[in-house]
Design a protein around this ligand. Structure first.
Ligand SMILES: NC(=O)c1ccc[n+]([C@@H]2O[C@H](COP(=O)([O-])OP(=O)(O)OC[C@H]3O[C@@H](n4cnc5c(N)ncnc54)[C@H](OP(=O)(O)O)[C@@H]3O)[C@@H](O)[C@H]2O)c1
Length: 284
């Protein structure tokens, strides 16, 4: 997979010139008020992203089935996208069963890209997961890979933001690995992040020029998966105990220290797990 930062591999003068052009484009785009449609705008990330973009003065549509806009059936899409410059896809599938999740991301992404072509949308932004290509033993990640591949094959300029696991996902990980009062998890390295930090980076990406590539974002510190969930359960006064087991699976697949961790130079969130546990873990 190619991960593209702002750097380019060519001469300094050319690079300086490119940097200037990119800066100008970015500040030009940033100063303009845009119409931005957030598909999945009522979800965990979507709600925060919609607030961030509205605070910056943009016209934002928070799209979801409850608002009459459905990316799988196509209901309400054309009207929502009319006049939009940017679409940000932060949907998630209601079912994570292998076939259902694949059908969700394939039909949702195809419908979005087709409606964007008709509406003249100039930037498609999607939220994906760090390490997707290393996690393909899972049907969920095969579906995210299919989503990414459709975006890359489309003529709509795009940016894919791949994030590590959200702090808010700790309870979901615990539940998926619980047997009675025991949560069995491997000690694989990870670098989780607060949903608020992901939404802040997505807001930046949405108003910048498309990079035609992938950017990674991760939390400020690495932690092991078993310890991540152990600290979450303790902070939320959950009586379940985490048992470290090198062969335990993460959503049905084996993971190691490379599976969930970002590559070189990811963007980093500012909120530490410690701060999040103290301020947010019990308020979800
Ligand atoms: N969890 C993690 O740790 C993690 C890490 C990295 C990346 N991600 C990615 O982040 C993305 C967003 O996650 P999230 O936790 O914010 O999701 P979420 O809270 O479950 O929200 C999902 C959103 O998608 C909407 N939606 C569902 N079906 C739809 C449809 N047919 N048409 C339009 N909208 C639809 C939902 O609308 P309703 O509210 O109306 O149902 C909701 O607004 C996902 O793609 C996920 O893969 C997650």
């Amino acid at each position: 997979m190619t991960v593209i930062g702002i750097q380019r591999l060519h001469g300094k003068a050319e690079r300086d010139n490119d940097d200037l052009v990119m800066k100008n484009q970015t500040s030009e785009t940033k100063n303009k008020t845009m119409k931005i449609v957030v598909i999945g705008g009522t979800g965990l990330i979507g709600t925060k992203l919609v607030n961030n973009l509205r605070q910056q003065g943009h016209e934002v549509v928070a799209a979801s089935p409850s608002q009459g806009i459905n990316s799988v059936t196509g209901e309400g899409l054309a009207a929502a996208l009319a006049g939009a410059q940017v679409v940000v896809d932060v949907t998630n599938s209601p079912s994570w069963e292998d076939q259902a999740v694949l059908e969700f991301f394939e039909s949702s992404t195809r419908n979005l890209l087709a409606a964007e072509a008709v509406a003249g949308v100039r930037h498609h932004v999607a939220l994906s997961v760090v390490g997707t290509e290393r996690l393909l033993a899972s049907g969920f990640f095969r579906a995210k890979m299919a989503q990414e591949n459709l975006i890359k094959a489309s003529p709509i300029p795009y940016t894919i933001l791949r994030s590590t696991q959200f702090f808010e996902f700790a309870g979901g990980i615990a539940n998926s690995s619980t047997d009675g009062q025991t949560v069995r998890l491997p000690p694989a390295l990870m670098q989780p992040i607060a949903a608020a930090d992901v939404a802040a980076v997505l807001a930046d990406v949405a108003v910048a020029a498309p990079v035609q590539g992938t950017i990674e974002v991760a939390g400020p510190e690495p932690i092991r998966l078993d310890e991540f969930v152990r600290r979450y359960l303790s902070a939320t006064r959950d009586a379940r105990k985490v048992e470290t087991d090198a062969h335990a699976r993460y959503f049905g697949i084996e993971v190691n220290d490379q599976s969930l961790t970002p590559g070189v130079n990811p963007r980093l969130g500012a909120i530490s797990f410690e701060t999040w546990l103290r301020t947010s873990a019990n308020k979800k």
